[in-house]
Structures are given as structure tokens and as C-alpha cells.
Design a protein around this ligand. Structure first.
Ligand code: F0G
Length: 352
């Protein structure tokens, strides 16, 4: 039994790294593919959750960031910059710290979950709030890095990010022994669907899997440019991680959907929150609201027959529920503390 070496080492022959590069890693990847008995029962499918919230900083972004920061450092860069709805900033901050370089993050004012902000603060990132949304932040980040090439842009428009993130597809095939029939995931800036599709195609081309999944990309209804077929000027959703109106990897996402005979769907905030509660309350897996989009998409696609019973389905749950305690606790009824008294406990449990 060998310890997990991090995804670059685990899949080194498939990663664009030079032999003499020092790898910047927190041993990301190798996340569990957890069976979902409740969802399987509901849908008649064999459903698994790829639990990406168990990465070092609590989201799938770490897969891309080990590659992006490794590439930046080995190319002599001394600073990284990103736009972020929260998770990318948390991850960039951690990996930059690990590499001993500077990290600056551009975040939409007031619209990122508290846990993510706490991470960027603790890792010592230069945090710049912008009076605009994610799309505005990304445009700014692109302009700054175009003018100052010594700063590396580590959003998913950076090809190294996609190379790191494609390994999630490898891990799934390695565990299942084949590709799933359907792969559902949340879509925001569309880097991750691009990466999964690349990973599945690589394994398929090399004969490691003999089929490809249909890709089901799920957006929030108030931020669903790919579903609408046009950018959304003022995206709004409770799932702040995917509050994005103009995905950078638009064309790659459309290619993944078309080539895989897949689908884009939108889920209302109500459906997202339903799925969010279902995954925590029935499967024992606490994910952040945006992550539940994959599950909301599965349920909707099962309801209208797009996913047939008997299918093997993987839902990527992209981020840890602990990142957004405000959403988890909102709507919790106020409860008064009880006296230190067993009778009062029994009363409170309704068994008194
Ligand atoms: N789920 C979570 C939890 C995310 O943080 C993101 C993206 C996505 C899904 C969508 O992935 O952008 O590759 O389509 N978060 C980015 C960020 C935008 O800044 O953390 P995508």
C-alpha cells in the first residue's frame, strides 16, 4: 500500500510537466467515488458522487491549481492572479503559499461564501473586491495579465488548469473499470466540463475505456447562458459559485455537450436547494449549493426520461458544504437552550 502522491505524480505520463520540474502539490485528487443509495433508489440508476469537496482546499479547483502553479513557478513567474466566485481564490491562495509566490484575487463584491473568503485571508492572498460580477473580474484579470506578463493568470482559461482537472475523469474510470453512461456536473465558467470531456476522451482514445459518457452540464436558472444560448448580463443565483453570465470556455462546453450527445439544463434556486438538502440529509454528503446542481440535473433528467433507469451515473459534487455555512443555517428555526437536566433533554426529544 502506497500513499496517494497527488494527481500530477499519479498520472505523470499524461501530464505536461518536464522531468526536472518541482511539483507544487498538497496531495490533491484521489477523491472518493461514493455510492448514492438514496439517489439510486429514486432513479433506478446506479448513482455515484465524485466528492471533490475532499480536496485540500475543499473544491475541485485544487486539481487545476497544482498544475497551474507548478507551471507558473517552473516558468519563473513570481505571482499569480485570478478572478473568482470564491473557490478558485481559496485554491490559488493555498498553492501560491506552498510555492512561496504572491497571489492576488479579484472577487465580486459581497457575493462570495464566507468560508472561501476565510481561506483566502488565512493563506495571505491580496484580496481585491470589485464593484462588479465574476465576468467583470475575469475581464479585469485578463487585461492585467496581458499588460504584466510576469503575473500568471490561473483561471481555467489557463490550459494547465484543464490538464490537472481532467484527472477526475481518469479516477472515475479507474474505479468503475469503465466510463459512466452519464456524467452530470455544475457548469459556471465551463472549465470543468471541458476538462472532464478531455479526460474521458484521452482514456477512450487509448483504449482504457471502451465508451464515453453523455455529459450533462447543469447551470443555475438565473445564470444559464449555455442553456439560453446567449450570455446573461446580470446573472443571479443563490449558488454564488456558478453566478456567471459569460463562460470563458463556451465553445469547449458546447463541443463536450454535442460530441457526447449530452445536454445543458437549468435548475431553479428552489431545485438547487432541494438537491442540496437531499444530498446532505439522505446521502450524508455535505456539499455547497452550486455543487448540488449536478444532482438537481440528474433528478430532472430522470423525471423527463433523458436518463434511463439502469444507467450508471456519476454526479460531481464540486465543493464542500462547510464553505457556505450561511446558506446551510438560513431558515433554521431559532431554538432556546435547555437547562442542564435530563428531563429537559427528554422533553426536547419528545420522549418525555
Ligand atoms: N462548482 C463550484 C463549487 C465552483 O466553485 C465552480 C466554479 C463550479 C462548480 C463551476 O465550474 O467554472 O469550471 O464551470 N467556480 C469558479 C471560482 C468560477 O471562481 O471558484 P466551472
Amino acid at each position: 500500500h502506497r500513499a496517494w502522491p497527488g494527481l500530477v505524480e499519479a498520472y505523470r505520463s499524461r501530464m505536461p510537466v518536464e522531468a526536472d520540474w518541482k511539483i507544487v502539490t498538497l496531495l490533491e485528487g484521489g477523491t472518493p467515488l461514493v455510492s448514492a443509495p438514496h439517489l439510486s433508489e429514486l432513479t433506478g440508476c446506479e448513482v455515484y458522487l465524485k466528492v471533490e469537496g475532499l480536496n485540500p482546499t475543499g473544491s475541485f479547483k485544487d486539481r487545476g491549481m497544482t498544475m497551474a502553479v507548478t507551471t507558473a513557478v517552473n516558468n519563473g513567474k513570481r505571482a499569480v492572479l485570478c478572478a473568482s466566485t470564491g473557490n478558485t481564490s481559496a485554491s490559488a491562495a493555498a498553492y501560491a503559499t506552498r510555492a512561496g509566490i504572491t497571489c492576488a484575487v479579484l472577487i465580486p463584491e459581497g457575493k462570495i461564501a464566507m468560508g472561501k473568503l476565510a481561506q483566502a485571508v488565512m493563506h495571505g492572498a491580496k484580496i481585491i473586491q470589485v464593484q462588479g460580477n465574476f465576468d467583470d473580474c475575469l475581464e479585469l484579470a485578463r487585461k492585467v495579465t496581458a499588460d504584466f506578463p510576469e503575473i500568471e493568470l490561473v483561471n481555467s482559461v489557463n490550459p494547465a488548469r484543464i490538464e490537472g482537472q481532467k484527472t477526475a475523469a481518469f479516477e472515475i474510470v479507474d474505479v468503475l473499470g469503465r466510463a459512466p453512461d452519464v456524467h452530470a456536473l455544475p457548469v459556471g465558467n465551463a472549465g470543468n466540463i471541458t476538462a472532464y470531456w478531455k479526460g474521458y476522451r484521452e482514456y477512450h482514445a487509448d483504449g482504457i475505456s471502451d465508451s464515453l459518457p453523455r455529459m450533462l452540464g447543469v447551470q443555475a436558472a438565473g445564470a444559464a447562458p449555455l442553456v439560453n444560448g446567449a450570455p446573461v448580463k446580470n446573472p443571479e443565483t443563490i449558488a454564488t459559485a456558478i453566478r456567471i453570465g459569460s463562460p470563458a470556455s463556451w465553445n469547449q462546453a458546447v463541443a463536450a455537450k454535442d460530441e457526447s450527445n449530452g445536454q445543458f439544463r437549468a435548475a431553479t434556486d428552489e431545485k438547487l436547494l432541494e438537491a442540496y438538502r437531499l444530498v446532505a440529509g439522505n446521502e450524508g454528503v455535505f456539499v455547497e449549493p452550486a455543487s448540488a446542481a449536478s444532482v438537481a440535473g440528474l433528478l430532472a433528467a430522470h423525471a423527463d426520461g433523458w436518463i434511463e433507469p439502469g444507467s450508471t451515473v456519476v454526479c460531481t459534487v464540486t465543493g464542500n458544504g462547510l464553505k457556505d455555512p450561511d446558506t446551510a443555517l438560513s431558515g433554521m428555526p431559532e431554538v432556546n437552550a435547555i437547562p442542564v437536566d435530563p428531563v429537559a433533554v427528554a422533553d426536547a426529544l419528545g420522549v418525555g
